[in-house]
Design a protein around this ligand. Structure first.
Ligand code: AMO
Length: 447
């Protein structure tokens, strides 16, 4: 492979011959000097042709100060991919990184069509149509380096705790969450459904004796909505663990993972995030505030907002209000809403012993938006079957799942967390479209 220097490393590199590769961002073609701004995945640098002293040519007295302009440079189009070798020079007067490269040779690897379809002020739809061009922007590149760091930090926690990573099937014979948001696909002579969550299979790992497990994978929801936080396909971070006493144990693991992820992002990318997004990565202190849903609704009411339906989940404005309360009272961007009413929770959530209307479950709110649902699961088959019937479900349809509970299963619980929502909120972006590699929504299946 060609010895290529990443542009971000040029400032620390000693003067001398270097080779860099990247995309042409700008060409300034002057009478005696040509400038090219070249960008790679790590940064941008100025390339110069001309304006340097050379050995005088006795035949041509002016050649001592002028290097000929080249049409190779004049004709470079935005986005053309080059490899350039030249003389690296540190020069404080160069605004772009304090270095420049005097071009010695240029190799045009691939030319770009001259009209860039993505302009600085292009709207999100144009940017998503041309996502590969949009992703060349340094802040977009940073999003995915942050995602890598965040997931790596989570994996470290799981691996240190001895959790096993699993990959569960995304083609299923039944729904895994609500029937309403289910994608049905043709499956040979029959039909299949796209997995809405690995819920059943992560619980199966508990019956299989895996103990702690995790999965980071796609989840599908036929959600015909166009909000900033819904996609039809998203990345779900899932974990499940055995031997818990209650949903409190799940919340503790959840906190540990969030703090590890944000700490790693802050340490590795904090400065760059400050520079490119103008924001701080903040790490929450533990424990995050916890508040039962019913109390949260009262608190929100006292703040002057009434959640429209008392028997329903918190609505988006309610979530914003409770987040404002958590920030004001506890200085925390995160808050757990706990003990949801069983009428608004799935059949597999365990209910409280003394009060069967309340579940041992929670949602985690980050900066006013739900990022997670978690719970202790019901592991007693008779209770589980009764809860399924209670929800109007036919236990026969769920027999493959219910069988997990007929042969001995430890008490367990877990959570699912939307990766795209976490990134959107962490980086204070207006939509998950900005932080999803390739967004999928009701109107978008391309590229
Ligand atoms: P739930 O349905 O609440 O719970 O989903 C968990 C988390 O997944 C994310 N999410 C979405 N993100 C983007 N677009 C969507 N359409 C979308 N739908 C959900 C959210 C949400 O909080 N099986 C349970 C989890 C569990 O109990 O382990 C479940 O799927 O961030």
């Amino acid at each position: 492979m060609t010895e290529r220097v990443l542009i971000k490393d040029l400032a620390a590199h000693e003067d001398g011959t270097v080779t860099v590769s990247g995309w042409v961002e700008k060409v300034r073609d002057q009478r005696y000097v040509q400038f090219v701004v070249l960008r790679d995945e790590s940064g941008a640098v100025q390339l110069v042709n001309g304006g340097v002293l050379r050995e005088p040519d006795p035949e041509n007295p002016r050649s001592d100060i002028l290097v000929p302009r080249t049409t190779t440079i004049s004709e470079l189009t935005h986005g053309t991919f080059l490899t350039v070798t030249g003389e690296l020079q540190h020069n404080e007067r160069v605004k772009l990184g304090g270095v420049e490269i005097q071009i010695e040779s240029i190799e045009v690897i691939t030319k770009s069509l001259p009209d860039n379809p993505v302009a600085e002020d292009s709207g999100i739809d144009v940017r998503l149509d041309w996502r590969f061009l949009d992703l060349r922007r340094p802040e977009q590149n940073l999003v995915f380096r942050i995602q890598t760091t965040f997931l790596h930090a989570l994996r470290n926690v799981w691996v240190e705790r001895g959790f096993i990573e699993i990959q569960t099937p995304k083609l299923m014979a039944s729904a895994s969450e609500s029937r309403a948001e289910l994608f049905e696909v043709e499956y040979f002579e029959g039909k299949a459904f796209l997995a809405q969550s690995p819920q059943f299979f992560k619980q199966m790992a508990q019956a299989a004796g895996f103990g702690g497990i995790f999965e980071v994978g796609p989840a599908f929801r036929a959600d015909h909505s166009f909000t900033s936080r819904h996609a039809t396909e998203f990345t779900s971070i899932d974990t499940e663990l055995s031997w818990i006493d209650s949903h409190e144990d799940v919340m503790e693991l959840h906190e540990e993972l969030i703090v590890a992820g944000l700490t790693a992002v802050r340490e590795k990318h904090g400065e760059e995030v400050q520079k490119l997004f103008g924001i701080e990565i903040t790490v929450p202190s533990r424990p995050f505030p916890r508040i039962p849903l019913a109390e949260a609704k009262e608190l929100v009411k006292a703040r002057g907002y009434e959640v429209p339906r008392a028997d329903a989940d918190m609505d988006p404005e309610g979530e914003r209000q409770i987040a404002a309360w958590a920030k004001e009272e506890h200085g925390n961007d995160f808050v757990f809403l706990t003990d949801y009413d069983s009428s608004i929770r799935p059949f597999y959530h365990m209910r409280h012993e003394g009060d069967a209307h309340l579940t041992k479950s929670y949602d985690l709110i980050y900066r006013g938006t739900e990022i997670s649902t978690g719970a202790q699961r019901e592991h007693r088959i008779d209770v589980l079957e009764a809860q399924a019937r209670d929800k109007g479900m036919d236990p026969a349809e769920l027999s493959f799942y219910l069988d997990f509970f007929r042969y001995g299963v430890p008490p367990h619980g877990g959570f699912g967390m939307g990766l795209n929502r976490v990134l959107m909120l962490m980086l204070e972006q207006s939509s998950i479209r900005e932080v999803t590699y390739l967004f999928r929504g009701p109107n978008r299946l391309l590229p």
